[in-house]
Design a protein around this ligand. Sequence first.
Ligand SMILES: NC(=O)c1ccc[n+]([C@@H]2O[C@H](COP(=O)([O-])OP(=O)(O)OC[C@H]3O[C@@H](n4cnc5c(N)ncnc54)[C@H](OP(=O)(O)O)[C@@H]3O)[C@@H](O)[C@H]2O)c1
Length: 309
Amino acid sequence: MNLFRVTFCCSNTDPGPWLEGLRAALPQTEVSLWQPGAAPADYAVVWAPPQQFLDEQPQLKAIFNIGAGVDALLKLRLPPRAVVVRLDDAGMAVQMAEYVCQAVIRHFRELDTYASDIRAGQWTFRKPRQREDFPVGVMGLGVLGTRVAQALRQFEFPVNGWSRSPKVLVGVRSFSGAAQWHDFLAASRVLVNLLALTPQTQNILNHATLSRLQPGGYVINVARGAHLVDDDLLSLIDSGHLSGATLDVFRTEPLPPAHRFWQHPKIILTPHTSARTLREQSIAQIAGKMVALARGEPLAGQVDVARGY
Ligand SMILES: NC(=O)c1ccc[n+]([C@@H]2O[C@H](COP(=O)([O-])OP(=O)(O)OC[C@H]3O[C@@H](n4cnc5c(N)ncnc54)[C@H](OP(=O)(O)O)[C@@H]3O)[C@@H](O)[C@H]2O)c1
């Protein structure tokens, strides 16, 4: 007898290996690729599904998102009784820690300047910078932000963290809520964005907020493109208040060919690749959570839909 039925509806994803992996992990379960008019399922595995999918599956008990961010999913009309479950680390946190540490270190150690000197045949030295002068502020101390803050501490950077609710993290100076937002910015020179994208955090990286960073500030956006007002970042870099940025996420992806970010000498771009969904880990995690849910056991990574993350 089948334990439950699973439907798979992920755009921009090759379904074959996912279906195979889910079937292997849940041998007693019926796992099928969704098509319009498909039979009702108990659980869904999704990435950016069409509204039609959710409208045709009103009986769903749970929706498993194959990513950490659920901002796009929560913009849709969801089945009334479905819980939404995000990927909980599943190999993403260490990737994000790698990416952010390399971006901070590349900036702090002036590695791009050394690389261009070497390309020009110049054997030059610069005065070593003091890491005390490069306090890093991590916005968002959730699954990914916490791991990133801890990794940065390993390199002995002063680390500030900002989140909605107060946090206690060894070695991290924690700020929380609107009341401490400006103090957090003023205490930071390098800013790493790992907030959830919600109506409250959209456009949060704008002229007014980025101006509060310490002079020579540097921005690393690895959360969502809609957190950042692109023109405000550009004008603060061009005016010299900010020294540059590393950006992995954009309002429109792929980044449109005419966007000024492409050619800007002080902006480093990557194509939304800082923390990728790892299929095997994700399938194992999702299958485990489906079994736990079917048994009525508590579940990590359940999204608070009203809160937006
Ligand atoms: N670039 C990539 O490849 C990639 C990959 C995966 C994820 N992401 C993105 O990375 C971001 C972080 O992911 P995550 O899994 O760490 O998210 P998470 O666990 O949900 O954590 C979100 C954090 O944002 C904070 N927050 C939310 N609203 C806030 C507000 N109004 N004021 C202050 N803090 C607020 C939360 O505060 P509390 O702790 O107090 O609730 C929490 O610390 C998301 O935007 C996600 O979409 C990007």
